[in-house]
Design a protein around this ligand. Sequence first.
Ligand code: HEC
Ligand code: HEC
Length: 270
Amino acid sequence: MMRESGTFGWSNPIVRRSVVGLVLLALGSALVGFIWLPSAQADFSAQGLWASICRAAGVPTNWNNDSAAKARPTATNVVLDRSMTREGSNDAVGRGATLALNCTMCHGAQGASKSDAPNLAGQYPEVVIKQLKDYQSGKRGSPIMEALAKRLSEKDINDLAAYYAYLPKARTAPTTYDESLPALVRVGAPLRNIAPCVSCHGGIDQKLGAPWIEGMPKEYLVQQLKAFRSGERRNDSQAQMRSIAIPMTDAEIEEVAVFYARKSSTGGEN
Ligand code: HEC
Ligand code: HEC
């Protein structure tokens, strides 16, 4: 204080005025940034302080959905709900089986693909419903599946899901939590924010909407993980899978894909 009192201290009116001015400016911009600007923008919805700070700092709402964000403001239109997991009636399964005749060419006669298309046998019904609706709305891109899904009614989708859920999970035993699993599957990589696969895909927990991936064709698993990583596939709500895949290296993708594509010895060969 003493040393500064001559030219730069608090007693100097210029210093005093500029400090007071700075405080007022900060208060003023906080008011504008946190209260006036957000409320003046039509699409603002109160999402908590953090969202307001990001917003005030100019971060777009969909900051992790780069350029396509405008065209596709949400990851998916489907709201998952427990009722989608209900077992289908015999009628639904029967009708689904008939509709599924159009799908065998790629997904296999019993829903277990011989090509690189995903297996559908034993898939959780809410997964089949969500994915078909995402193809229908274009939230998940695939020229083949988008065209096919657009022809399906709501009832068709439910019945197909009931049918595939009814088929036995053909080829591979579920993952159980044990020491021989690849590290990413069992414990993830906490330093890179990668949650363990078993915490969503079965083993520890199966999250609603997380697909059964055991026994899927390896190429399909690699392709989907890379598509999540590049953002080409972005229909996972809240970027659950994108945030897992983005920090993964090619070698890690290969490792987990080989692991999940494994066939159990008891599962037969188709
Ligand atoms: C010409 C081949 C072909 C036909 C026929 C076909 N599919 Fe597909 N299906 C694919 C491919 C390839 C994918 C993966 C596309 C991608 O990368 O998103 C796929 C993906 C899917 C998925 C997503 C699975 C997952 O695990 O995410 C579902 C569900 C599905 N198909 C259902 C059906 C149904 C139901 C039919 C019949 C009405 C059908 N498909 C007919 C090739 C086909
Ligand atoms: C936080 C939960 C969560 C974790 C952890 C997680 N996943 Fe997923 N995963 C999901 C969900 C949810 C989906 C379905 C996304 C959607 O709705 O399209 C998914 C989809 C996938 C798909 C696409 C499957 C298909 O048939 O469409 C693959 C492959 C996959 N996950 C692999 C992995 C691997 C490998 C790991 C571990 C490295 C992992 N996931 C960790 C939640 C998770």
